[in-house]
Design a protein around this ligand. Structure first.
Ligand SMILES: Nc1ncnc2c1ncn2[C@@H]1O[C@H](COP(=O)(O)OP(=O)(O)OP(=O)(O)O)[C@@H](O)[C@H]1O
Length: 858
């Protein structure tokens, strides 16, 4: 559960306790809302300062590598090596500039992608002070304090709100409280004991709605108390709505980062331990320590794949740009990875598997005979529930009813409405102040009709027959009633059954092949629908989906997460599931270790879209559903899903490849450096040389972002596998270390480098060159499995060549003196070639063995 600073919780409690009118006065607003000019003024006052560039610069400056360089520079200056300190400072600037540039590029691309879709909210505003107010849809971040916000099912609450009025409002607060049942919300609260103004926990206060939660049912009007960072979640430092739950990839990278931090912490003392006892260091032990400390830090840096965040973001941006070309819009970058990791895809039915539009099929009386009167009642219900709820358009059912009608349906004017909501599964209007007309799910409406058991059973059987044939029936019922007060769900009782309206929900032709493609990629589809179990079974059959059993939403409460996951794994479909139930199924599957996608287009899908590892929606879907999704399909063509999954896997494989190459090289390097430090009577490499070489490798590895992936590595869902990574590094890391050490041995024996400073510089140079050449080779050989794998693209070849050339040419350049390097004698070249040839042959052999033993490369 999210907890926020005391002050915020206290403020909210105080606001909640105030009478609505006093509250409106205090916020200088009115029951008709703010006028546009005032809203704009407040928006300017509340907007965060435009300090983004400065923040990015300071973020770059605080990057671990830059920080370590700064620390090293300081240590060098302290031990009197001013030239070294200046050079390290220069290195810090170059590294920071590279990082800043790359981040700016990827950041811009990511922002462009994000801007493709954003959250909206409905507010009541007036064009001018004193004028009438109208509901207006505005971007969620433009809601200001004092705005009157109108809530409908599926809306993501845009700010912390105090309710002024509501009708059967329920809010899913799971993102904040973990509570899976929606909480009832209404404008009043009284403490039974009369002691307190507000419940102890603000989330229990029915008068308050919190930014980031989702409206599950009913409607409401509320005043905004806090927006943006000032909201309860904002102040708690929590990512605001849309914040997808941590995915397996996030968790994997996080645990890897911890492991690497531990390696860094261990590498520094290890380097100290092996170099601390250097013989003959001037100044005795403290002098040796002062010389060894920078190396220890440099070794720790060399052990870390510091480009990881950059490579991950660049790969994600590249993946999403590729998807955008295929009309798949990625709204949240990590969703790309999650598409690749997804092994279960829950889908609702209407508008995803079946056509976006329903068509009216029949209108029947209680005997099953065509009835124009039933159609007229259903249309009046649809017309007035859309009109009186302030919504511009109805859902698919209302749309289908109104579509065929010639103008407004004839009949008395609607005077009150209780619009459709997913928990009640029905909609009710009052016509002419006394005729109540309800339409909705057959079993829900029949349960509220005054019928004897036999008649109810007969009507249920009649509806089931139609449902089994693929027709969705809704029941229509009426009642004569004078309402002295506002209409509420309690009035939907003792109804007189009028008849049925039926709709045809056609499976889109591409649904079955698209789902088959996904199944071949190891993604199990699970249907989760609000519709009737028999309709669900029928559609599953037509779409080739498993429906070994259809679990009714009503059963969910009695099932624990493990059982729900087991049912889904056993091929069950879920029917008559409301928004909270859909989210519950997604959470249960995630809790069982699955990576879950959710594909839906209705407001009833919003909680599930947000609970999933990756929420997928379609353009033309309800606004809140699009906003809740991480991925939006620009065309309702499910066939692109398989390609999106493959792109996700490619992106993921790219990240894994980077990690494998970087860690293998780093581990081999650090191991050989520590071993050499223990064996040699002098530092095997100067800290600055370690850092320069490390930076060259870092930059070269950015080319991997452009690399291709073997399609064979994309066949199954991928999650972060630390064991696989460790195995790879354990197989290939030591090869690098062994050949590094072999090279030292050769230099030692053949170049006679021992002893004097000039000899040491020669040794350092030999190693510098050998290391960079080996890194170039690693980049080319470890990127793929060899025969049959895609050839390296030119940026990777160029990066490998640049590494090799840097190693060979820098010792002959003016930079050599600055870095403490010397021109290598010609005799060194055959040694380098021999060490390198050995490394190449050993790696090729190991690659074949690895391939045979483990099959998968990335
Ligand atoms: N506008 C409406 N008025 C009255 N009843 C409705 C309306 N829309 C839907 N219903 C009833 O409520 C049920 C649940 O609707 P819901 O939208 O949750 O699911 P669905 O559209 O049937 O399927 P899916 O979850 O696959 O989109 C419907 O099957 C229908 O019986």
């Amino acid at each position: 559960m999210v907890s926020a600073p005391e002050g915020i919780a206290g403020d909210l409690a105080e606001h909640a306790a105030q009478p609505p009118l006093a509250l409106l006065r205090r916020w200088e607003t009115s029951p008709r809302g703010l006028d546009e000019a005032e809203a704009e003024r407040r928006q300017l006052a509340e907007a965060p300062p435009p300090a983004r560039r400065r923040r990015r610069l300071s973020g770059t400056a605080a990057a671990p590598f830059v920080l370590v360089l700064a620390a090293l520079g300081a240590v060098s200056a302290l031990v009197g090596d001013l030239r070294g300190a200046a050079l390290i400072g220069l290195l810090a600037v170059i590294s920071g500039a590279l990082r800043f540039g790359q981040e700016r590029r990827t950041g811009r691309a990511a922002a462009e992608l994000r801007a493709l879709a954003g959250g909206t909210a409905t507010v009541l505003r007036r064009a001018a002070a004193g004028g009438p107010s109208t509901p207006r849809e505005v971007p969620a971040e433009q809601v200001v304090r004092g705005d009157l916000v109108v809530l409908h099912p599926g809306d993501v609450v845009p700010a912390d709100l105090r309710l002024l009025a509501s009708a059967d409002l329920t809010v899913d607060q799971a993102v904040l409280t973990g509570e899976s049942h929606p909480a009832g919300k209404h404008a009043a609260w009284t403490d039974p004991s009369g002691d307190r103004d507000a419940p102890a926990d603000p989330f229990d206060d029915p008068r308050l709605c919190f930014a980031g939660t989702t409206v599950a049912g009913g409607t409401g009007t509320a005043v905004a108390l806090a927006t943006g960072a000032a909201t309860y979640v904002g102040a708690a430092g929590r990512a605001l709505p849309g914040a997808a739950p941590a995915t397996t990839f996030d968790r994997g990278v996080r645990s890897l980062s911890w492991a690497l931090a531990a390696v860094m912490l261990a590498a520094a003392p290890a380097a100290l331990a092996v170099t601390g006892g250097l013989d003959g260091a001037p100044g005795g032990w403290p002098g040796a320590l002062a010389r060894a400390l920078p190396l220890a830090v440099a070794v720790a840096v060399a052990a870390t794949p510091e480009m990881l965040p950059l490579v991950v973001t660049a790969l994600l941006v590249r993946g999403s740009a590729g998807l955008a070309r295929r009309q798949v819009i990625v709204r949240r970058l990590p969703a790309v990875h999650n598409l690749g990791a997804m092994d279960t895809l829950c889908l609702d039915k209407t508008g995803t598997l079946t056509a976006e539009r329903l068509s009216l099929d029949c209108h029947l009386d209680a005997r099953g005979r065509p009835s124009a009167e039933v159609l007229r009642l259903a249309r009046l219900n649809a017309h007035w529930s859309v009109e009186l709820s302030g919504r511009l358009v109805g859902d698919a059912i209302d749309g289908a009813l109104l579509e065929g009608a010639d103008g407004d349906p004839t009949g008395p004017e609607g005077t009150a409405a209780l619009p459709f909501d997913y928990a009640r599964r029905r909609a009710t209007v009052v016509l002419g102040g006394r005729l109540l007309v309800t339409k909705g799910a057959v079993e829900d409406v029949l349960a509220r009709c005054a019928l004897d058991a036999a008649e109810r059973a007969r009507l249920t059987a009649l509806a089931d027959r139609w449902a089994a044939g693929g027709v969705r029936l809704l029941a229509v019922a009426t009642a004569e009633r004078r309402l002295a007060r506002a209409l509420s769900a309690a009035d939907e009782r003792d109804l007189r059954f009028a008849g049925f309206v039926g709709f045809r929900d056609r499976l889109v032709p591409v649904a079955a092949p698209a789902l088959a493609d996904l199944a071949r990629l190891g993604v199990r589809p699970v249907m989760v629908t609000g519709d009737h179990p028999l309709v669900a079974r029928r559609i599953c059959r037509d779409a080739g989906l498993p429906a070994a059993r259809v679990v009714h939403g009503g059963e969910l409460a009695a099932l624990d997460d493990a059982r729900i996951a087991a049912l889904a794994a056993g091929g069950a479909a879920f029917a008559r599931v409301g928004p909270a139930g859909k989210a519950r199924i997604v959470r249960a599957l995630r809790a069982s270790g699955r990576t879950v996608g959710y594909l839906g287009d209705g407001v009833n899908d919003v909680p599930a879209l947000r609970a999933a590892d990756v929420g997928i929606s379609v353009t033309g879907a309800a606004g809140p559903a699009r906003e809740a999704a991480g991925v939006v399909l620009a065309h309702r063509d499910l066939r692109v899903l398989a390609e999106a999954v493959r792109t996700g896997r490619r992106t993921f494989a790219g990240t894994v490849r980077y990690l494998k190459i970087a860690l293998t090289s780093n581990v081999g390097n650090v191991a050989s450096m520590l071993a050499a430090a223990a064996l040699l009577p002098f530092l095997p490499m100067l800290p600055l040389q370690v850092l320069v070489q490390n930076m060259c490798f870092d930059v070269a590895q950015l080319a991997l972002v452009r690399d291709r992936v073997d399609e064979g590595d994309l066949a199954a869902p991928r999650t972060f596998d630390r064991r696989d990574l460790a195995r790879f590094v354990a197989c290939f890391g030591p090869i690098g270390a062994v050949f590094d050490l072999a090279a030292f041995g050769l230099f030692w024996l053949v170049l006679h480098v021992h002893g004097d400073v000039a000899g040491q510089a020669l040794f350092h140079t030999g190693w510098f060159a050998e290391n960079l050449l080996a890194m170039g080779v690693a980049l080319l050989l470890l990127r793929g499995r060899g025969r049959g794998a895609p050839r390296p693209p030119w940026p990777v070849v160029a990066a490998a060549a640049a590494l090799a050339l840097t190693g060979l040419l820098v010792p002959f350049s003016p930079l050599a003196g600055l870095l403490g390097l010397r021109a290598l004698p010609l005799a060194a070249l055959p040694l380098l070639a021999a060490a390198l040839a050995g490394y190449v042959l050993a790696t090729l052999a190991a690659r074949r063995l690895y391939q045979r033993a483990f099959g998968r490369w990335l």
